[in-house]
Design a protein around this ligand. Structure first.
Ligand SMILES: Nc1ncnc2c1ncn2[C@@H]1O[C@H](COP(=O)(O)OP(=O)(O)OP(=O)(O)O)[C@@H](O)[C@H]1O
Ligand SMILES: [Mg+2]
Length: 281
């Protein structure tokens, strides 16, 4: 573990223009991308910094936030780094919204509401013609006014290709057809709403069961030895079985067919939300 990145003074100044004098709290710093929470008396904001290989992704993310309705962003850069400031979203992640349900069936109604809310947020994004591209259990924040998605570095408007190469985001949530595209080496690979619905079902499966959807071991794969690229190549075959644990059968019975279907047979994000709204807690 290296030291946490230092926050550019220009970014702090941009935060203070919104919040008044701020106190910075380190949130994450991974692979050249760091996040701080900056809290002042008037407001709190997130400062995200991209350095080295993450600078381009951070610039793309800022550009997405500029284009999406309902998001505000201030962006700046030097020759080496890119940073942006956006409102701090107050709420729990989908992973946290499922915490009680993972431990106790009494938490299920609340988790189901969260699941439907996440589906609707993704459906809203899709209806605007956008694909998020990196849905994860921690990338939906359940605020008082609905779910807000974060981490748009690999988002694209359908019909545009904002990158020269896409090697995937969280491998455990990668749809087989996308894994196959990337494994074949044809670039630029592109995300799709259909692959996003796979990831959405995978996020909900993971939040419900506490484990990623696929059973690598049953397919004779050692996760550590395979590494992300080996897993991606295995996912590309479309033959990996789903985990057999059934901690929440009623929910898993809805998600299983989504994870097993061909892209054209998957429901839309809105359709998945509608089905989940009927599941009994
Ligand atoms: N606007 C925001 N409001 C509230 N929390 C935020 C916000 N932006 C980021 N976070 C917090 O910071 C964490 C990291 O943010 P984000 O996922 O955008 O960064 P990242 O560098 O891409 O991280 P990772 O590599 O883990 O995906 C989030 O999981 C969330 O907890
Ligand atoms: Mg992230």
């Amino acid at each position: 573990m290296g030291e946490f990145a230092s926050c550019p003074p220009e970014a702090v100044k941009a935060a203070e223009a919104v919040c008044g004098p701020v106190e910075l709290k380190q949130v994450t710093d991974r692979r050249g991308s760091a996040v701080w929470k900056a809290t002042g008396s008037a407001a709190a904001v997130a400062i995200k910094l991209g350095t080295a290989e993450a600078a381009e992704a951070t610039m793309r993310e800022a550009s997405v936030l500029e284009q999406l309705p309902g998001y505000t962003v201030t962006v700046g850069h030097t020759r080496e780094v890119v940073w942006f400031v956006s409102p701090w979203l107050v709420g729990r992640s989908t992973w946290e919204m499922f915490r009680v349900a993972r431990e106790d069936a009494a938490g299920r109604p609340g988790a189901l509401t969260a699941a439907v809310d996440l589906c609707r947020a993704v459906a809203d994004l899709h209806s605007l013609g956008w694909v998020h591209g990196d849905l994860q259990p921690s990338h939906g924040i359940h605020t008082e006014t609905g779910v807000k998605l974060i981490d748009f570095a690999w988002s694209r408007k359908v019909g545009t290709t904002p990158w020269t190469a896409f090697r995937g985001t969280m491998v455990h949530l990668m749809a087989p057809e996308l894994a196959d595209w990337i494994s074949s080496g044809r670039q630029p690979a592109k995300t799709s709403p259909e692959a996003e619905v796979y990831a959405l079902a995978g996020v909900l499966w993971t939040c419900a069961t506490g484990s990623w959807p696929l059973d690598y071991r049953a397919a004779g794969i050692n996760r550590q030895a395979a590494g992300p690229e080996g897993l991606r190549d295995a996912i590309a075959t479309g033959r990996l079985p789903l985990a057999r644990a059934t901690s929440w059968p009623e929910l898993q019975d809805v998600l299983r067919p989504v994870l097993l279907s061909q892209p054209a047979d998957r429901p839309s994000a809105a359709g998945l939300g509608d089905v989940l709204a009927e599941v009994e807690g």
